[in-house]
Write a protein that binds this ligand. Structure first.
Ligand code: NAD
Length: 498
């Protein structure tokens, strides 16, 4: 039975007129779940027109009224958590528990959006000159857009449209064509929550729809999350058209393991962060830098990795599910082979795991390399699979230098019981998100997501206070009032306010 993924335009769920459609596939079974349209520029233009039409009334809607929509949305997401997680697991592959985590981390942003009353407040300075006050107000931009990756089909759309819309903008979302069913369920819930028609619109597809978003003159700002190559293209193309762009990109995240770290906790943290979600997280831990005597922990890291169960995300006890598609699996297997050829020691080979009942799934099990060098492809490339590279150094200073030499700056962590080592690391490491005995230091939404260097283009991150600045423009007002008794003063021909 055909299940065609709809577009959301002007409050209506409509069928696309696209001539090209792609299958949405369950990566554990290869079952075809739905067909997603590869939208053309014409359909993007329809979505933008609907968003543009909805903007004046939504901009004029009271702040508290806008916040109430998101209060209702957060409750609806809670009520539909199981259904959202099941859909997410079926199209993305991660375990049900992790799928709930994906929804939950997005839900936290929706909760945060409800505080927009204080988040969007401006500033006021009284009497900046005689009888003159200056104040700054944050106003919405207009039509904004979001382009999201496959790996967090709930969390990342929820990073974007709730904060953009609660600020008074209208929005066009282009989710990943590989798992559009979860974002569509969220869009349905947003409509149910009372988001007026046209405030949120959804189109689908790949390069053509993304390029149309970059080029459309009525789109003011784009939030992109995805790979370095695509994100750099989007950043450049949209910036050329004068748009604001924030692009959160790929990564290579290192953990530094000091010999005084709590061993049991550290081994668990490394395994969870390296292999969870089959390594398909931008904050996945892909390199562990073992300092001094921590080099001797390699056999235990490998033993811990072996305890993880590879299976379909719906199976009880599964720790990691399949990779998103066959191409991703082939690419990860190729990189593992390259690692061997280039001289790294393959401590644990996760290729071709035995997964009873799911022989067609795109599975790769936990894989561990030691003796990894910066020149190797397994180190230089973002593998986006369950592959952990181990590097050995003698001192914390060497470890910091090693991490800082990597071009990416998304996340990093140190494992230690020494406050002094942690303090040195926190201060000297050139990475945007730092964990101290926390392997995946993604900040909660009161802060912003702050990947840096090669992991980000643009200066403001998703959610938190930064995203309110991203999705608003500041207007400053300088005012002076005269009462009837004020007598005319002198003409002031200077620029100074007196
Ligand atoms: P991707 O770059 O392939 O796709 C992202 C979006 O771009 C999708 O919506 C896709 O349809 C679109 N797209 C793909 N190819 C395109 C092209 N040639 N032209 C225009 N648009 C195109 O990324 P992905 O594989 O879906 O996601 C994984 C990547 O995302 C990893 O590199 C990961 O590190 C990164 N990521 C980063 C963060 C972060 O916050 N830094 C978070 C999640 C994922």
């Amino acid at each position: 039975m055909s299940n065609k993924v709809k577009l959301l335009i002007g409050g209506e769920f409509v069928e696309s007129r696209a001539t090209e459609w792609r299958d949405v596939i369950n990566p554990a079974t290869q079952e075809v779940l739905a067909q997603v349209p590869m939208c053309t520029a014409d359909e993007v233009a329809l979505a933008v027109a609907a968003a543009k039409k909805a903007f004046p009334a939504w901009r004029a809607t009271a702040l508290a009224e806008r916040a109430r929509v998101f209060l209702r949305l957060q409750q609806l997401i809670r009520d539909h958590m199981d259904e959202l997680a099941a859909t997410l697991t079926s199209e993305q592959g991660k375990t049900l528990a992790d799928a709930k985590g994906d929804v939950f981390r997005g839900l936290e942003v929706v909760e945060h959006a409800c505080s927009i009353g204080t988040l969007q407040m401006g500033e006021f300075a009284e009497n900046v000159a005689g009888g003159v006050d200056t104040y700054a107000i944050r106003q919405p931009l207009g039509v904004c857009a979001g382009i999201t990756p496959f790996n967090f089909p709930a969390m990342i759309p929820l990073w974007m449209f709730p904060m953009a819309c609660v600020c008074g903008n209208t929005f066009v979302l282009k989710p990943s064509e590989q798992d559009p069913l979860t974002p569509m369920k969220l869009a349905e819930l947003a409509q149910k929550a009372g988001l007026p028609p046209g405030v949120l619109n959804v189109v689908h597809g790949g390069p053509e729809s993304v390029n149309a978003i970059c080029d459309h003159p009525d789109i003011k700002a784009i939030s992109f999350v995805g790979s370095v190559n695509v994100g750099t293209h989007v950043y450049r193309r949209a910036s050329e058209h004068g748009k604001r762009v924030q692009a959160m990109l790929g990564a290579k995240n290192h953990a530094v393991v000091m010999p005084d770290a709590n061993k049991a906790q550290t081994l668990n943290a490394i395994a969870g962060a390296a292999f969870g979600a089959a390594g398909q997280r931008c904050m996945a831990l892909s390199v562990a830098v073992l300092v001094g005597e921590a080099k001797q922990w390699i056999p235990e890291i490998v033993e811990k990795a072996k305890t993880l169960k590879v299976s379909a995300g719906v199976e009880p006890g599964a720790d990691l599910g399949p990779l998103i598609n066959r191409g991703a699996k082939a690419r990860v297997e190729k990189l593992i082979a390259q690692g061997v050829e280039e001289g790294a020691k393959l401590e644990l080979d996760g290729r071709h795991p035995d997964v009873p009942g799911y022989t067609a799934g795109n599975f790769v099990g936990p894989t561990v390399f030691s003796g990894v060098k910066p020149s190797m492809h397994i180190y230089k490339e973002e593998i986006f699979g369950p592959v952990l590279c181990l590097v050995e150094v003698d001192t914390l200073a060497e470890a910091i230098e090693f991490v800082n030499a990597n071009p990416y700056g998304n996340g990093t962590a140190i494992f230690t019981q020494s406050g002094a080592a942690a303090r040195t690391f926190q201060h000297d490491i050139d990475v945007g998100q730092v964990g101290i005995n926390v392997p995946i230091p993604v900040p909660v939404p009161f802060f912003s997501f702050t990947g840096s260097r090669g992991s980000k283009l643009g200066d403001l991150g998703p959610y938190g206070k930064e995203v309110v600045r991203f999705f608003t423009q500041t207007k400053t007002v300088t005012s002076r009032w005269f009462d009837d008794e004020t007598t005319a003063g002198k003409v002031n021909t200077t620029i100074a306010l007196r």
